[in-house]
Design a binder for this molecule. Structure first.
Ligand SMILES: Cc1cc2nc3c(=O)[nH]c(=O)nc-3n(C[C@H](O)[C@H](O)[C@H](O)COP(=O)(O)O)c2cc1C
Length: 404
């Protein structure tokens, strides 16, 4: 991360004496759990390990016993109360690697081994580091399971893009150990938004031509949903206003579904006026809407001329109203035009703008990654290509720093 604004790094949250239950499931990255365990112990955390049976094909219990300096658990029946006592003693569960199978079990309340039963009886935060072949990672059933877990507050770290154990390239590589440790730290540390009431918008809007046809855009809603979940995890009171997406409604926040730019504008206005401290406009609200909407399906014709008119500018009207919240906007541009984004910020009286060039590889619509520049009144911070979850955290970090 580089920044033209001078920034002090916050002191890192200590993991000293924190009690962590490390779950290891049966993926090729299981051997990396040894290193993770060691690094957690370097931080003076106390680590108990629960292994699935499948994971023992990839790493030995003895190695994890040595790394953790504790007995490793695996069987549900060997110590009859372990599925209750281990989670009771833990402050955080970390599953690394998390297989598609264990994620599926967690998401569906299946408790047929020690690790899945521990998860079900654990009431604290859980960090999962998914790791698998990209085909499995992109499977729709798996993605629904993953989304269900994150919408319930499970913290996902990674996976990264890169060369996989099978020799292929793609998403599915377990997050690097320092990133997992960072996620663990974040899970312990940040309740910095506890007094904030944040309205987040996400997804596209639909502007109808007739009852069946509409003009829309490629926004998937992933960025806005990631911000809403991260803000919720950091203690904020969150309202998520979303256009149509395929994402599950996240738990622990108000979720308002809208379709058109006008509905989005009305919902934002209502929520903001009821006392929001911040508005984060990650939605890709249509700039134009058909001037006329036909009440019946438009008949096929050789040529159809559509007249469009500008939709209400949500940010400008919120900025002009009473009790203006802290406004964070997004500028998705084609071509690197940070200056244009900065002008937009000034013109619309935004406090921060998140700029991304949607033509760049890995940045923009319907992806799990993004490369953004965070622009505020003091400077700009160019971030590397990272997951949308990490981008969400970085945006909230900057917001939190400015508000402090
Ligand atoms: C060589 C090999 C490598 C595997 N790697 C992974 C992996 O990286 N991620 C994954 O989700 N499953 C992987 N699997 C499949 C899991 O081992 C399998 O789904 C198992 O049931 C997972 O059990 P568990 O979730 O209880 O540990 C692999 C299987 C084999 C044979």
């Amino acid at each position: 991360m580089n920044s033209s604004a001078t920034k002090k790094k916050k002191p890192q949250t200590s993991l000293k004496n924190k009690s962590i239950l490390l779950g290891v499931s049966g993926g090729v990255a299981a051997y990396k759990a040894i290193e993770l365990c060691r690094r957690l112990r370097d931080e003076e955390a106390s680590v108990s390990v629960v292994m699935t049976d499948a994971s023992k094909n990839f790493v030995t219990p003895l190695s994890l016993e040595v790394a953790s300096m504790h007995k490793v658990f695996s069987s549900l029946y060997e110590e009859p109360m372990a599925h209750i006592t281990l989670p009771q003693q833990a402050e955080l569960m970390v599953i690394a690697p998390a297989t598609a199978n264990i994620i599926g079990k967690f998401a569906n309340g299946i408790a047929d081994d020690l690790l899945s039963t521990c998860f079900l009886s654990f009431s604290g935060k859980t960090v999962i580091a998914p790791s698998m072949n990209w085909r499995m990672y992109e499977n729709r059933i798996f993605r629904q399971n993953l989304e269900k877990l994150t919408s319930l507050g499970v913290i996902q770290v990674g996976p990264g893009q890169g060369s996989l154990a099978c020799g292929e390239e793609g998403p599915g590589r377990m997050a690097e150990i320092p990133d997992i440790i960072d996620a663990v730290r974040t899970a312990f540390s940040k309740r910095d938004l506890e007094h904030e009431k944040i309205v987040v918008t996400a997804g596209p809007t639909r502007e109808y031509l007739d009852p069946v046809r509409f003009i829309s855009n490629r926004s998937s809603g992933k960025m806005g949903f990631a911000i809403a979940k991260a803000a919720r995890n950091r203690g904020a009171d969150v309202t998520l206003i979303s256009g149509p997406t395929s994402l599950a409604a996240p738990a622990g926040m108000r979720f308002i579904q809208v379709e058109t730019a006008l509905e989005m504008a009305e919902a934002v206005e209502k929520e903001v006026r009821s006392g929001a401290s911040a508005l984060i406009m990650a939605a890709a609200v249509a700039d134009f809407s058909p001037s006329e909407k036909s009440g019946t399906k438009i008949e096929k014709a050789g040529e159809l001329l559509i007249r469009l008119r500008q939709t209400p500018d949500i940010i400008s009207s919120v900025a002009a109203g009473k009790g203006k919240p802290f406004i964070i906007g997004f500028a998705a541009e084609t071509g690197a035009r940070v200056e244009r984004a900065r002008e937009k910020m000034k013109k619309k009286k935004m406090d921060m703008v998140v700029f991304n060039d949607v033509t760049e590889a890995g940045a923009g619509f319907d992806l799990d990654t993004n490369r953004v520049t965070i622009i505020d009144k003091k400077g700009e911070t160019g971030l590397e290509l990272m997951s949308k979850d990490s981008v969400a955290e970085a945006i909230l970090d900057r917001f939190s720093e400015i508000k402090a």
